[in-house]
Design a binder for this molecule. Structure first.
Ligand code: S3P
Length: 456
């Protein structure tokens, strides 16, 4: 890997460690980049493409490990998906209810979205038997949040601890429609049940306590499903049985990946970055609101829409000075949380460079993500000198400490790996991020992009 003059970035021989050494003279990030395709939209495009009749063309698919897991699972059930070696992918759909019984265990890898959404599809395929699993992280994540409502619909699912943990076995059934009041705002729960509802005669409704990301709703409508949304009550109803027709899906850049550069641009002195083609679906833009509260200098340019999703170019400039910290503390809680849930690790990094105490609450969900993101980011940032205190449902971060490079660990969580890399840009000396290869789950080119942006 080339070593630019301003910073040395090394992936160690084991390909597991990312080593970042900040020069004593400092560095800036400058340039125009694109981030890879949105992970949530990529999963859904592959799944709906597989379930639709006819061909679906996906432009801008994320070629990360997670969508690859989705593609493999649906290929094993008969969908014809072109090779994921370019972001232009074609899916020959097999038709709703027509998935084949796979001859082996379906492996969702590290991907909660793959496993939870797929369970709704499998449970509603009468006469087929499926077994599903994932990596050690996914096998420890709660599945009862989808298994319980699916069982209310008549699903037959078995597994450890009352089928709350993968591996799971599913005997597909004709399900009955329900109105499910979800205790959590979760797009995975909502989408799982809507997908089960596609094959179920009658109206399946999901009501959630706050609005979670609505990519499933937008894409299901585009594929021809009969779907109604009531924003007042945060309810969605799908009427089955549905018929889906192949579409062209244009996947915008992932705002969750752009968030790393937004925070880097806001905290690394002298930075000026443009991130083109970023999806700004309002159910995902909590990170922009949080950074605005913190005083970051971010502007949105060239608003347009593609395949039902809003897109902009984001421009971020460092706004600090020698006498002033670049950001100010804020409070992140309530309905804002589901709209920035995946960005909390990188917002914790931003908070380390904000004047005052940033408080993050109502985010207990973070404890059951790819890692316990509250404990992991708090511990790893503590190691670098940040004053973070864990709360049961969030954390408190006191900004303003000087960060020192040291050994930190991603705990195989992609978003933790990248958050720590951004923190390292403002830490003195050398930071070694162990198990940083996890970034490939959602951002395979993260290190190369970082290298391209660093200037001395
Ligand atoms: C996702 C929903 C969110 C998010 C995850 C992707 C999706 O999870 O954290 O990264 O694509 O539906 P929850 O539904 O568990 O909140």
């Amino acid at each position: 890997m080339p070593v630019p003059s301003a910073i040395s970035l090394n992936v160690s021989e084991s390909q597991h460690d990312l080593i970042i050494t900040r020069p004593t003279t400092g560095l800036s990030l400058r340039g125009r980049i694109r981030v890879p395709g949105d992970k949530s939209i990529s999963h859904r495009a592959l799944m709906l493409g597989a379930l639709a009749e006819g061909e679906t063309t996906i432009e801008g698919l994320l070629l990360g490990e997670d969508p690859r897991s989705t593609a493999k699972c649906f290929q094993a059930m008969g969908a014809d998906i072109s090779e994921l070696n370019t972001t232009l992918v074609k899916v020959q759909g097999i038709g709703l209810g027509q998935l084949l019984e796979p001859l082996d265990v379906l492996d969702a890898g590290n991907s909660g979205t793959t496993l939870r959404l797929m369970l709704g599809i499998l449970a509603s395929h009468p006469g087929r038997f499926f077994t599903v699993t994932g990596d050690s992280s996914l096998r420890s994540r709660p599945m009862s949040r989808v298994v319980n409502p699916l069982r209310q619909m008549g699903a037959e699912i078995w597994g450890r601890k009352e089928a709350s943990l993968a591996p799971l076995a599913v005997q597909g059934q004709s399900l009955r429609p329900i109105h499910y009041h979800s205790p959590i705002a979760s797009a995975q729960v909502k989408s799982c049940l809507l997908l089960a509802g596609l094959m179920t005669e009658g109206q399946t409704t999901v009501t959630e306590p706050a609005l979670s990301r609505d990519h499933s709703e937008r894409m299901l409508k585009a594929f021809g499903a009969d779907l109604t949304v009531d924003l007042e009550t945060c309810s969605v109803t799908v009427t089955g049985p549905a018929k889906l027709k192949g579409q062209t899906v244009i996947v915008p850049g992932d705002i969750s990946s752009a968030a790393f550069w937004l925070v880097a641009g806001a905290i690394v002195p002298g930075s000026d970055l443009t991130i083109e083609n970023v999806g700004v679906n309002p159910t995902r833009t909590g990170v922009l609101e949080a950074l605005e509260m913190m005083g970051a200098d971010i502007t949105q340019e060239n608003y347009r829409e593609a395949a039902g999703e809003p897109i902009v170019d984001l421009h971020v400039r460092y706004a600090g000075s020698t006498s002033q910290m670049p950001l100010k503390a804020c409070r992140i809680a309530g309905d804002l949380v589901p709209r920035l849930i995946d960005e909390i690790p990188i917002l914790a990094v931003a908070a380390a460079f904000a004047e005052g105490t940033t408080v993050i609450q109502d985010a207990a969900e973070l404890r059951v993500k790819e890692s316990d993101r509250i404990a992991v980011i708090a511990n790893q940032l503590n190691r670098m000198g940040v004053r973070v205190t864990e709360l049961s449902d969030g954390m408190e971060i006191i900004g303003g400490e000087t960060l020192t490079g040291t050994e930190v660990d991603s705990h195989t969580d992609h978003r933790i790996a990248m958050s720590l890399a951004i923190a390292a840009l403002n830490a003195s000396g050398t930071t070694t991020i162990q198990r940083a290869e996890a970034a490939a789950i959602s951002y395979p080119d993260f290190v190369t992009t970082l290298e391209s942006l660093v200037v001395s």
